[in-house]
Structures are given as C-alpha cells and as structure tokens.
Design a protein around this ligand. Structure first.
Ligand code: HEC
Ligand code: HEC
Ligand code: HEC
Ligand code: HEC
Ligand code: HEC
Length: 215
C-alpha cells in the first residue's frame, strides 16, 4: 500500500516545535539585549591558555602594570606582553613548573601565547589608551581591581552611555598622574575641587560630539 504522506513528514511537527523554541529564545535575547540599560558584557571572563594570575603578579608581587603593558601610555593600544617579558623571570623562577610549560614552549618555538581578548570595542568606536592614561584616568576606573583577579574579567560595560557619563563630568573620575596604575586609590576629601582645578589648568575637555568617537 502506498503511503499518502512520505515518512519524512513525521518530522514536520517536531521541526516546527524546535523552530518555535529557537524563535522564542531569540526573541527573549533581543528583548533582554535592547531593553537592558547598557549593552553589557560585564563579567565576561574567558579561560586563558596559561594560568597567569594578576592577583599574584600585580597584587602580591606588586609589579607595576606598565612592566608588562608598556604601550598603554604611548599608544592607542595597551599591549599584552610578549613571552620574553615572562621569561625575564621564569627562565629562573619556577623554571620547571608545569603551569609554565606553554610559556616555555612559546619561548622555544617563537609562537606567541594565544591569550584570549577580554575587552572589546566595536570597530566603529574610536578609543585610545594613551589619551586617557595621560589625562588622569586610572586603569582601575575602567578595568576594576585587576590586582585582585586570578583571572581577568570585564568590570565596566564599555557602552556608549558609560563613556559619556565620564566625558560629561570628568571631575568625578580623574586622579593625579602618578596614581594612574594605583589599585585601591583613596580619593582625598577635596577630590572634586582638585580635579576641577586640574581640568581648568590643563584645558581637559573630553568630547561628546559623535564624530570624535565615530568617524
Ligand atoms: C607580569 C605581567 C603583567 C602585569 C604586571 C600586569 N599584567 Fe595585565 N595582563 C598580562 C597578561 C599576560 C594578560 C593576558 C592574559 C589575561 O587576560 O590574564 C593581561 C591582561 C590584562 C587585561 C585584559 C586585556 C584584555 O584581553 O582585554 C587587563 C585589563 C590588564 N591586564 C590590566 C592590567 C593592570 C591594570 C595591571 C596593573 C595593576 C596589569 N594588567 C599588570 C600581564 C600582566
Ligand atoms: C618579575 C618577575 C616575574 C615576571 C616578569 C613574571 N612572573 Fe610569573 N611568577 C613570578 C613569581 C615570583 C611567581 C611565584 C613563584 C612561587 O610561587 O614561588 C610566579 C608564578 C607564576 C605562575 C605560577 C607557577 C606555579 O607553578 O605556581 C605562572 C603560571 C606565572 N607566574 C606566569 C607568568 C606569565 C605568563 C608571565 C608573563 C606574562 C609571568 N609569569 C611573568 C615572577 C614573575
Ligand atoms: C578610559 C578607560 C580605560 C582606561 C583608563 C584604561 N583602559 Fe584598558 N581598555 C579599555 C577599553 C575600552 C579596552 C578595549 C579596547 C578596544 O577594544 O579597542 C581596553 C583594553 C585593554 C587591554 C587589551 C588590549 C587592548 O588595548 O585592546 C589591556 C591589556 C588594557 N586595556 C590594559 C590597561 C592598562 C594597563 C591601563 C592603565 C595603564 C588601562 N588599560 C587603562 C579602557 C580603558
Ligand atoms: C573615566 C573617564 C573617561 C571614560 C570612562 C572615558 N573617557 Fe574618553 N576621555 C576622557 C578624558 C579625560 C579625555 C581627554 C580629554 C582632553 O584631552 O581634553 C578623553 C578623551 C577621549 C577622546 C578624544 C581624544 C582622542 O583620543 O581622540 C575620545 C575619542 C574618547 N575619549 C573616547 C572614549 C570612549 C570611546 C570611551 C568609552 C569606551 C571613553 N572615552 C571613556 C575621559 C574618559
Ligand atoms: C565618547 C565616545 C562616544 C561618543 C561621543 C558617541 N559615541 Fe556612539 N558609541 C560609542 C561606543 C563606545 C559605542 C559601542 C557601544 C557598545 O559596544 O555597546 C557606540 C555605539 C553607537 C551606536 C551603535 C548602537 C549601539 O548603541 O550599540 C550608534 C548608532 C552610535 N553610537 C551613535 C552615536 C551618535 C549619533 C553620537 C552623537 C550624538 C555618538 N554615538 C556619540 C562611543 C561614543
């Protein structure tokens, strides 16, 4: 006896059910995305290829951020250090450690370690580390207490609203230039007055016009 419907048709109801479910999830995602106050990825914490800890190196050992991120003052881009920087110490310190195996392999082969990017702005937004660092915005203000993180995670939304909050009222955020890499900066009582004076003296004026951040 010939079947009227091909057997395949049995899968149709299941497919439409799956379709409805996926559609529902996409809809929830879109609603969540567009109606949250900022499009945050706060808390994003990818797994890294080496168990490198800022809590140990920047916290306990007290290393300055710029020992490794040495471009952050002079370039739009804050580099992640090359393997050479690690080997300055680890050719002697813990030279046999398994946790440093990938570092030694990278050193031997010349293949850079594949660190996973944590912070990411879309390409259409223009951002420079040097401008911010040299005008008194501390690493901590944008990246949080890196010195307490075993694994780096994103602390601030990096959304347009977040950028503009500071650009409209920089006096609430700036700090002296010698405190840029300080973690746990304590604001003096006359913090805002001091910042207002610096802003006036140095003519600091963060842009709020669209073309400054978007070409
Ligand atoms: C011994 C070298 C070293 C020191 C010192 C150091 N870092 Fe790092 N940093 C790294 C490495 C390696 C990575 C990439 C792996 C990771 O994300 O943990 C990194 C990643 C980061 C990231 C995430 C970058 C991204 O992918 O978006 C930030 C932010 C950061 N460091 C800030 C700091 C700050 C602030 C300090 C000073 C308090 C500091 N670092 C001190 C080596 C260092
Ligand atoms: C200024 C010296 C110095 C530099 C530069 C340095 N480290 Fe370290 N690192 C140390 C010290 C000290 C320890 C702790 C050793 C101990 O526990 O006795 C350590 C521990 C570690 C450990 C844990 C090892 C274990 O067996 O517990 C890892 C992983 C590590 N470092 C990765 C890195 C990476 C990756 C870099 C480069 C981005 C780096 N370190 C740069 C000094 C340094
Ligand atoms: C005004 C906010 C701000 C300040 C201040 C700041 N950062 Fe960043 N940082 C960002 C943003 C935004 C990104 C993502 C940049 C991108 O995707 O182009 C980032 C990315 C990074 C990265 C990843 C590599 C890169 O450049 O994309 C590192 C490492 C880093 N920052 C370290 C630092 C260190 C160290 C300091 C202090 C010396 C610092 N940052 C100060 C906002 C800031
Ligand atoms: C905590 C304060 C603060 C935050 C957060 C901040 N900025 Fe700024 N921004 C400044 C200051 C201060 C200046 C320097 C103004 C000057 O030079 O007169 C500046 C200058 C700029 C400039 C103009 C100079 C240049 O580099 O071309 C751009 C563009 C800019 N910021 C983009 C951004 C973007 C994009 C973000 C968010 C991802 C951001 N900023 C977040 C304080 C901030
Ligand atoms: C201080 C820097 C800054 C200024 C000034 C600025 N933007 Fe943005 N804008 C950003 C950043 C950073 C993003 C990316 C936000 C993200 O990744 O969520 C963005 C995202 C956007 C988007 C993408 C949609 C979205 O919200 O994600 C549009 C559209 C936009 N901006 C338009 C504008 C217009 C129009 C102006 C002028 C009224 C302006 N921007 C001024 C930094 C800025």
């Amino acid at each position: 006896m010939a079947q009227i419907f091909p057997k395949r048709a049995n899968t149709l109801p299941i497919l439409s059910l799956v379709g409805a479910l996926v559609g529902g999830v996409v809809l929830i995602f879109l609603v969540w995305y567009y109606f949250s106050p900022e499009f945050t990825v706060v808390g994003y914490q990818p797994e890294q290829p080496v168990e490198y800890s800022h809590r140990l190196h920047a916290g306990q050992l007290g290393m300055d951020c710029r020992y490794c991120h040495n471009w952050s003052e002079n370039s739009s881009y804050a580099n992640v250090p090359p393997t050479q920087t690690c080997m300055n110490c680890h050719s002697q310190v813990k030279a046999q450690s398994l946790k440093l195996l990938k570092v030694r392999q990278s050193w031997a082969t010349g293949e850079p370690i594949k660190w996973v990017r944590v912070h990411h702005l879309p390409d259409y937004a223009n951002f420079s580390h040097a401008t911010h660092v040299n005008n008194g915005v501390g690493c901590e203000t944008c990246h949080g207490r890196i010195d307490q993180m075993k694994v780096v995670s994103q602390q601030e939304p990096l959304s347009m609203g977040w950028c503009l909050e500071c650009h409209r009222q920089p006096e609430l955020y700036l700090r002296p230039k010698d405190e840029i890499t300080t973690m746990g900066y304590v604001q003096p009582a006359d913090f805002v007055e001091r910042n207002l004076a610096t802003i006036r003296r140095e003519g600091i004026q963060p842009p709020t016009n669209c073309s400054a951040c978007h070409y």
